[in-house]
Write a protein that binds this ligand. Structure first.
Ligand code: CTP
Length: 415
């Protein structure tokens, strides 16, 4: 079972739906998760710690000020030893405390002290759910990166009350747990200047098939594009990296889509929109073979030497930079790999492609940039040119993404 090592810390709030947690624990353990429970004082009014403990197979934690608990395993360790914290039922009061950063019992102290992803399953009366205070708290929690499952609409425990507020069913919470763990396997908790932003990056070369075994390619290593993806993720962005064939490992915390040809790259990029920032670092083949064959071309001595007929590939950067507002990422960054007249060509390229910034570099063989570890770049924006000192590619990536983060901030401030 693949999830056997995943540990869930279940914070049980004080609501009638707390009884559903027993079913949730049973199902989660059936799926191979290890479950440990923290109960608020009110939760113990609805389910007993004894039944919860019997199902988790672990002791149940309840009181922040229990000296025994803190000595044995404190609130910090409780949160550190989990892969995911699930709050169910998340009462209106518990949501308010979380949104306000309170820590006056073990459950809230764990939630404030954690650096782990959190999933909440709200459960309350429909009037409480619709109340502006709850609306504000839920919006705040969502902005803080907390995932929410439910509530469902339906009959409430109170007679004649119906509407949104029923806690999601255990199987729905379990599905949300699995989705959350799947994304957190690749996404870190969003913190940093790019938190809440989606950055889309192309990287590597493309391979344009000649026949099933041969292709046209170029010398791009993908080092710079992959470094940009890693830097964006480190600054808190959700990152989609569309990579052509590259020996570079997939950067941690990044969604990677592997493609071969320029046309596949364009399709993957378009499917990944919207994005706040798109960086086109791939060395896309300008041409593909028009007469590519489905069968391997044979050297049989009779046929004449094959002639490759080339046709221009779609320009991914130009296509995306010219998308209508709303679909066009607010910051579109292209690269210009030149071997002469670097600044002049790059300035022209910025205009011709319709992008906001161009990162220009000299890729003449003697620079060792193409495929190498270091880079000397010029950043061309609407307002001018910044020539950066020679740096390694991760440093170029970091500076570029920091600059993108502050630019996006000014765009947000002025819109
Ligand atoms: N690019 C792209 N799709 C293409 C060609 C290029 O997205 N079909 C992007 C690259 O990722 C890069 C920028 O366009 O961000 C510039 O690519 P470059 O190869 O330097 O320029 P070209 O447009 O190919 O022009 P030229 O070869 O004439 O310099």
């Amino acid at each position: 079972m693949s999830e056997t090592s995943k540990r869930i810390l279940l914070v049980i709030g004080g609501g009638i739906a707390a009884y559903k947690c027993l079913e949730l624990i049973r199902r989660a353990r059936d799926r191979g998760y290890r479950v440990r429970a923290v109960m608020t004082r009110a939760a113990a009014e609805f389910v007993t710690p004894l039944s919860v403990g019997a199902l988790t197979g672990d002791r149940v934690f309840a009181d922040l000020f229990s000296l025994d608990d803190e000595r044995e395993i404190g609130h910090i360790r409780l949160s550190r030893e989990a892969d995911l914290i699930v709050v169910a039922p998340a009462t209106a009061d518990l949501l308010a405390k979380m949104a306000g950063g309170h820590a006056d019992d073990l459950a809230t102290a764990v939630l404030l002290a954690t650096d782990k992803p959190v999933l909440v399953a709200p459960a309350m009366n429909p009037f409480m759910w619709r109340h502006p205070a709850t609306r504000r708290n839920v919006a705040q929690l969502a902005a803080d990166g907390i995932a929410i499952v439910g509530p469902n609409s339906g009959e409430m425990a109170e007679r004649n009350e119906a509407g949104p507020g029923r806690m999601a069913e255990p199987h729905e919470i379990l599905a949300a747990i699995e989705a959350r763990l799947a994304t957190t396997a690749t996404h870190r908790m969003a913190k940093g200047p790019l938190a809440g932003r989606h950055v889309l990056i192309t990287s590597g070369p493309t391979h344009e098939p000649i026949d099933p075994v041969r292709y046209i390619a170029n010398r791009s290593s993908g080092k710079q594009g992959h470094a940009i993806a890693a830097a964006a993720a480190a600054l808190g962005a959700r990152v989609t990296l569309v990579s052509g064939p590259s020996a570079q490992p997939d950067p941690a915390g990044v969604d990677v889509i592997h493609v071969e040809s320029a046309r596949d790259m364009l399709a993957a990029v378009e499917a990944s929109l919207p994005a706040d920032c798109a960086v086109f670092a791939a060395a896309v083949a300008d041409w593909r073979v028009a007469n590519a064959t489905d069968e391997k071309i044979k050297k049989d001595g009779k046929s004449r030497t094959p002639r490759l007929e080339l046709v221009e590939n779609p320009d991914i950067l130009r296509t995306i930079a010219n998308e209508p507002p709303g679909r066009r990422p607010p910051l579109v960054i292209g690269f210009a790999a030149e071997t002469e007249n670097v600044l002049e060509y790059a300035r022209k390229k910025r205009k011709a492609k319709g992008c906001d910034w161009i990162v220009a570099n000299d890729v003449s063989p003697e620079t060792g940039i193409m495929g190498g570890d270091r880079n000397t770049v010029h950043l061309i924006t609407e307002t001018g040119v910044d020539s950066w000192p020679e740096m390694d590619k991760p440093a170029v990536a970091r500076v570029l993404m920091e600059r993108a983060a502050s630019h996006l901030l000014t765009l947000t401030a002025t819109t």
